[in-house]
Ligand binder design. Structure first.
Ligand SMILES: Cc1cc2nc3c(=O)[nH]c(=O)nc-3n(C[C@H](O)[C@H](O)[C@H](O)COP(=O)(O)OP(=O)(O)OC[C@H]3O[C@@H](n4cnc5c(N)ncnc54)[C@H](O)[C@@H]3O)c2cc1C
Length: 563
């Protein structure tokens, strides 16, 4: 019997057999944050739950976001008060109770350029933002800064025309890690989670009136199984329309895709000790501190291409650099950029001519056919509410009573006992013979499960070594990704369990052979299989960073923010 909450890739065939043995109460299709959240919500109501994910947990949008857990200051401007209020409440719940090891407060500086009009306008917005959250708050209130105060926190800003700034707080998270942790928490409550398993059709009852499960293709073996379930819940993000069409289902909404691109630069490229948010013509640009790096973005353009691997174009990169250089004293150039990634927002369709920047980020739930519920839209921050709403809809007429959602009281794996394990950091470092910095790195990623990773080091000292010089990741994290986090391929490790895909200038290619060796040792890969995995990862990484290959443009000439 596997350990509760461990997604052990070595047990995948047995897990798939358990899933097929059914019948389930709820089968969730899609392993992004919404699907992982729905699996946790349903499993923690005592239901028998399965989750199938086509590729890997968080392989879609849920590893490609701005990684902010936020109320969304700009949605306030769109008068989306309900969304902002709900999101702020969720942010605080995650920071304090559900995932304090993963979701961390972060300050944002909002530079002001129009002395007379801007300060009262932005200030009033932030008063509302803070007031919506209330007095019991885990993050500080906003503050006003003079020009000198702003430049003290962000010396890298162009001083000319800078009138001052506001500083306010939101939170950030490693989106893929959070998604995997939610899926593991669902598994700890009994959900059966299988990746590399794609729903290829929806099964109907004999008279065709209800959905009774899904046919699922195991992509690792190319075999298909029927999975019977009392309810099927579709959480397929930008693939939602495709999944509906698999079952010949007409849902009450459609999904439009909007592409968002981010650049990753070294911390030294921008002189600031706080996150920053600046206005652009169409929206806002974030400078988000990310360990030893910055994440800068994003864009918002309509997308109708391939869903699986949206790619950044050279124009996307130029747009972000130009927008950043309007406020930075030392311009960013392409040589500063070490990583780039693109994601697709699943936006619920409105009139075809509405620009995607104007579409609401609220979610929509539909029950297009008995036995089938689906959800789309929303945002990462509100995944818990989305999960609750879609499960509520799915079980509204369930054959037996189903309790209400309890996920607001359910800390994610790694949250329980976190302060005590954090306090023991020095002792753990001594006991396992690893540097204190390595234990602190693990604590920020695994919380109170840090001991599980260190136990692997206890059994094999070589796993306590860094995976790649200059990066904090340990070799043990690769092994743990296989034994506890369901990683099946080198890409699963380098793109989502650890983030070398976006954090290293070679997209983690130098680490791929070592990752394949550690994974291969656990999963029984021969030499050829390891070489194939490395080759596949190299191709994936090359496609991902293609947009960075064009020559530098004359971005230094970008115009500063107008007065
Ligand atoms: C650029 C960008 C920045 C963003 N920034 C933020 C932010 O800072 N904060 C915030 O709150 N939100 C943000 N968002 C929004 C947020 O990332 C998304 O709302 C969220 O990740 C969507 O999750 P999901 O689970 O609905 O979709 P996905 O993560 O895409 O998951 C859907 C999954 O379904 C799987 N699937 C599809 N078809 C099938 C099938 N037939 N069988 C099995 N599985 C299938 C896919 O492989 C995929 O993994 C951002 C989005 C983008 C694009």
């Amino acid at each position: 019997m596997p350990m509760p909450g461990a997604l052990d890739a070595r047990d995948r065939s047995a897990t798939l057999r358990r899933l097929a043995a059914g019948p389930l109460d709820v089968l969730v299709v899609g392993g992004g944050i919404t699907g992982a959240g729905a699996a946790l919500d349903a499993a923690s109501r005592g239901l028998r739950v399965g989750l199938v994910e086509s590729r890997d947990l968080a392989a879609g949008t849920s590893s490609r976001s701005s990684k902010l857990i936020h109320g969304g200051l700009r949605y306030l401007e769109q008068r989306d008060f309900k969304l902002v209020r709900e999101a702020l409440r969720e942010r605080d719940l995650l920071v304090t109770r559900l995932a304090p090891h993963l979701v961390k407060p972060v300050p944002f500086l909002y530079p002001l350029y129009k002395k007379v009009v801007e300060r009262p306008y932005v200030g009033a917005g932030l008063v509302i933002y803070d007031a919506m959250e209330g007095a019991r708050r885990p993050v500080p209130y906003h503050r006003h800064l003079t020009q000198r105060g702003a430049l003290r926190r962000a010396p890298g800003l162009r001083p000319e025309r800078l009138a001052g700034a506001m500083i306010y707080y939101d939170a950030q998270v490693d989106d893929a890690r959070h998604t995997i942790t939610v899926a593991r928490t669902a598994a700890a409550h009994g959900a059966i989670v299988v990746t590399g398993a794609s729903a290829t059709s929806l099964l109907r009852s004999d008279d065709g009136s209800r959905v009774i499960g899904a046919r699922v293709l195991d992509k690792e073996t190319d075999r298909s199984v029927n999975i019977l379930a009392e309810r099927v819940v579709v959480c397929a993000g930008v693939w939602t329309d495709l999944v509906h069409s698999l079952g010949d289902v007409q849902a009450g909404y459609q999904v439009r895709m909007s592409k968002g691109v981010h650049l990753v630069t070294p911390r030294s490229a921008i002189d600031a000790n706080t996150g920053m948010i600046v206005r652009t013509e169409k929206s806002v640009l974030f400078f988000i501190p990310w360990g030893e790096r910055w994440i800068v973005g994003t864009t918002d353009t309509e997308w109708s291409g391939e869903r699986d691997e949206p790619v950044a174009t050279s124009e996307d990169v130029d747009y972000i650099l130009a927008a950043a250089n309007r406020v930075l004293a030392t311009p960013l150039t392409r040589t500063d950029v070490i990583g780039v990634y693109a994601g697709l927002r699943p936006l619920v369709a409105a009139a075809a001519q509405t620009p995607t920047t104007k579409l609401s980020r609220e979610h929509v739930v539909d029950v297009p056919l008995p036995g089938l519920a689906s959800i789309a839209g929303g945002k990462f921050t509100t995944y818990r509410l989305m999960a609750r709403d879609v499960v509520d809809a799915a079980v509204a007429d369930f054959p037996r009573p189903v309790p209400d959602s309890v996920t607001d009281q359910l800390p994610l794996l790694g949250a329980d006992g976190f302060p005590a394990v954090r306090a023991a950091a020095r002792r753990l470092a001594e006991d396992y013979g690893v540097p204190l910095a390595a234990v602190e790195h693990l604590l920020a990623r695994y919380g109170s499960l840090t001991g599980e990773v260190l136990e692997l080091v206890g059994a094999d000292k070589s796993l306590g070594q860094p995976l790649l010089d200059g990066y904090p990741y340990l070799r043990a994290e690769v092994a743990y990704a296989v034994t506890h986090e369901g990683a099946l391929h080198v890409e699963d490790v380098l793109a989502r369990r650890i983030r070398l895909l976006i954090e290293s200038p070679d997209a983690g290619v130098a680490a791929a052979p070592e990752v394949a060796t550690i994974m291969g040792g656990l999963l029984g890969w021969g030499r050829r299989h390891r070489a194939l995995e490395v080759r596949q990862y190299e191709q994936f990484a090359a496609a991902n960073s293609e947009a960075l290959q064009s020559p530098d443009s004359l971005l230094e000439a970008a115009t500063p923010i107008p007065a």
